[in-house]
Design a protein around this ligand. Structure first.
Ligand SMILES: [Zn+2]
Ligand SMILES: [Zn+2]
Length: 244
């Protein structure tokens, strides 16, 4: 009885602590416009480490190789002497076949636990069990530290005969969307030469660049064999904004 009661009290304390911690850390540095944290992601001050929280719905966990590929990609450009770590956590199903931007925003706000504060910058990646209500969109980045990957769309377009592997498609999407958080193209990391595909927003004019606008659908269609990388214009923009 005593033990149970102690455990119960301990549980209340832990829950209170977690609730406070969550509130304290979310001090308004996240949920800002896309691209506004590009410089802070690239340099080591004030944030010497990056924590990426990947929250996925049942059946849509990313595989290790795509997570490792993302870390490798980021380590090429980000100055984070205290490390880049990735947390992977399951969250409940959405129960919806399509999700709106409002839906994904409210899911993120309900479950996200890693925020920017102290010496750490936090990024949230949500992987949903539904599609986006905007057709042909595989993933999007909508705030300074927020990415959503539409798991159902990824699964429908990868892993079958003639399609890119699931791991490759997750890798392309993670890296392309992170490119947007890093301010590409011309949305947070100012262009050093003109290479913005203005008709398609914050994307690169080079068809072979990771930041080309339809790189994910091109990848899914099997028209490119390898994971695209950033071209020299995009890398120059990142370096001018503090990248390695
Ligand atoms: Zn894009
Ligand atoms: Zn480019």
């Amino acid at each position: 009885m005593f033990k149970r009661r102690s455990l119960y009290i301990l549980l209340i304390f832990s829950l209170t602590f977690v609730a406070c911690e969550k509130k304290d850390i979310d001090d308004g540095k996240d949920y800002q416009s896309l691209g506004t944290s590009a410089h802070n992601l690239l340099v080591d001050t004030p944030y010497s480490s990056l924590t990426i929280e990947i929250q996925y719905m049942p059946g849509y966990a990313p595989d290790n190789s795509s997570v490792n590929a993302l870390k490798f990609f980021l380590n090429q450009y980000l100055n984070k002497p205290n490390g880049i770590r990735v947390l992977e956590e399951p969250i409940p199903a959405s129960g919806k076949s399509t999700l709106s931007l409002n839906d994904i925003v409210s899911i993120e706000k309900k479950y996200r636990t890693v925020f920017t504060g102290n010496n750490q910058i936090g990024v949230h990646i949500l992987i949903t069990d539904g599609k986006y209500d905007v057709s042909d969109i595989f993933a999007n980045s909508y705030w300074n530290t927020s990415i959503c990957v539409f798991g159902k769309t990824v699964f429908d377009n990868s892993g079958n005969a003639g399609q890119i592997t699931r791991s490759q498609l997750f890798t392309v999407l993670f890296e392309h969307e992170f490119g947007h958080l890093l301010g590409l193209v011309n949305q947070g990391s100012p262009m050093q030469t003109n290479h913005q595909d203005v008709a398609n927003g914050a994307h690169c004019t080079n068809k072979n660049c990771l930041m080309y606008y339809d790189i994910e659908t091109a990848s899914a269609g099997g028209s490119i064999g390898n994971i695209p990388s950033l071209d020299s214009n995009c890398i120059t923009d990142l370096k001018a904004n503090g990248a390695k």
